[in-house]
Design a protein around this ligand. Structure first.
Ligand SMILES: C[S@@+](CC[C@H](N)C(=O)[O-])C[C@H]1O[C@@H](n2cnc3c(N)ncnc32)[C@H](O)[C@@H]1O
Length: 270
């Protein structure tokens, strides 16, 4: 493709920024557009093929608004995510996420139903106090898992001697406190739905290795980027809200990469 092609030129800039900064946040962009953009970019630049997509939309429960077509909407996003990466993590409340299990678009299948368990929800509503969120780990047939990343020293030694009889994975329940009040104060950004780094780390380790590329098209405060930094992965982040893009810039010490209008127009024509 000619060097003057807007998409190829954007891909080259994105690649260079990932090489220098490790994490890139795009100018405010709707999730459907960023998934289309990243699918197209990977065609012209194989180094930008993503390995894992984190999808953490609003939950259709008050905060962030509700939509009648939520199930169809999320299934559409899963379809877009499956084009971008072999692994997708979809977040939500269990009673809502349950609907997607029977509606997974091909070629995604359920790899694991993960639970984030926290005891410190400050809700004072009478009745059951919410203490969990669900994350579906969905994979394409080419998605490779990395349970070896969770071996301890003794298990690694046994493995080196060829004596490890099975490869134990991490538990599917991740216990980590909500970032509220004094808990995780230095990590808190002010985003109303920020996930703790400790919750995202095992997800990233299971689906990727060092140097791999993460995509988070509804990135909020940029937790995926923070984890990418710690674990030596690259990440492309996007959010529709300008304030959250600014929040990510401040949190990670990076500046946004503007997606040129010519690139967006070209995508709209596809
Ligand atoms: C649940 S929050 C993500 C929180 C994030 N995982 C974190 O740890 O900070 C959902 C995010 O999706 C963003 N969002 C909502 N609708 C969007 C859309 N159509 N396109 C892109 N982002 C969107 C919101 O602005 C919000 O920041």
């Amino acid at each position: 493709m000619a060097a003057t092609d807007p998409l190829a030129s954007f891909a080259a800039t994105l690649d260079a920024r990932l090489t220098s900064d490790g994490v890139v946040v795009l100018s405010p962009l709707d999730v459907e557009r960023s998934l289309t953009l990243l699918t197209a970019v990977a065609v012209v630049a194989p180094t930008l093929r993503a390995d894992c997509c984190m999808l953490d939309p609003w939950y259709n429960k008050g905060l962030g608004g509700t939509r009648d077509d939520y199930t169809d909407y999320i299934v559409g996003l899963l379809d877009g995510a499956a084009r971008v990466a072999p692994h997708t993590y979809l977040w939500g409340f269990p009673e809502i996420v349950a609907r997607f299990v029977d509606r997974l678009p091909e070629p995604l299948t359920l790899t694991a139903w993960l639970t984030w368990y926290y005891k410190n929800n400050p809700s004072v509503i009478r009745g059951w106090r919410s203490a969990q969120m669900t994350c579906l780990h969905l994979s394409r047939p080419d998605g490779v898992l990395h349970p070896e990343a969770f071996l301890n020293e003794a298990q690694l030694a046994k493995q080196a001697e060829g004596k490890l009889r099975y490869l134990p994975g991490p538990p599917s329940v991740i216990e980590s406190a909500l970032l509220v009040g004094f808990i995780g104060r230095t990590e808190q950004t002010g985003h109303p739905s920020q996930k703790p780094v400790a919750v995202y780390e095992p997800l990233v380790k299971m689906a990727t290795v060092e140097g791999d590329l993460l995509v988070d098209p509804m990135c909020g405060s940029g937790t995926t980027g923070a984890v990418a930094r710690t674990l030596g992965r690259r990440a492309v982040l996007a959010d529709v809200e300008a304030d959250y893009v600014t929040m990510v810039e401040q949190r990670l010490g990076i500046r946004r990469l503007t997606v040129p209008a010519t690139v967006l127009r070209a995508l709209d024509r596809t």
